[in-house]
Ligand binder design. Sequence first.
Ligand code: ZN
Length: 320
Amino acid sequence: MQKMNRLRRLAACGLAAMLMLLAPVAHAAQGKVNTSSLVLRKSASKTSKALQTLDRGDTLEVLSSTGDWYKVSYGKYTGYVMKQYVKVSGKVEEQTSVKEETKQPVADLGDAPATSRPGDSGSHVKKLQQALQNKGHYNGKIDGIYGSGTTAAVKAFQKKHGLSRDGIAGKVTIKTLFGENAADDKTIATESLKWFGNENTIPKGATVTIKDVQTGKTFQAVRWSGANHMDTEPASKEDTATMKSIYGGSWSWTRRPILVKYNGHVYAASMNGMPHGTSTISNGFDGHFCVHFTGSKTHETNRVDSDHQSCVQTALKSTW
Ligand SMILES: [Zn+2]
């Protein structure tokens, strides 16, 4: 029996070590409270306001170190705890107080949204959802509503990065997510998606981001259906407006080279700009439009469209 347990422990250790090797470098150190009652304070002083009392075994995200204190994130709180009562795994950044005052991590990340939490809504939540989807954690609607799906996606992302799994897109989570996305955007190679045989690489109902190669404008779109190619609708009225501006203000069948970003991949594609046929989303776009990939065919004539394919080739030479 004891041998079994030891084996099991060894197996668990091996697995943990393997996971650590596979996991990207953790962005924040983890801390564990090693006393029965630890006060989380607003600032690094024993007389500072108490925000919360922590129990033994509670886990924290350790953000930085200053004097005898760690700056930590715990649930919705960011505050300070005495170093001696926290066991830390991982590297903690030493922070001088001057830096601490002037540091604005979110502002450095360009497109990163402000900190948000369950119950929030708005364009900052949309950005969050899109980033989570790009990382493969979120498959719901990009609707700007921080509901249970978004919360679960944030938790999944936090788990993957060894962050405290509170489901809140706090500073560290945002920094990790958008820091990584910014790096990814520069390095994602544009891929050719050979349509037949891979028709469901982007599943029906999935939201993608489309970038028009010539203008650099982006909008979100939802795959509605399509067997010969991908039938797609702009995700919202706002997205319809962006698409229309790409087409110079009037819809047309003209093919344009585009990049389609989905689940961390960027695929070379071509679109037309004429609303036609079925519409399923209330987005001001009366129908859907067609997105072609390598080797895809048109509806009516069931043939490979050379104009679409030449746009796919142009898109293939560009990067996100
Ligand atoms: Zn179509």
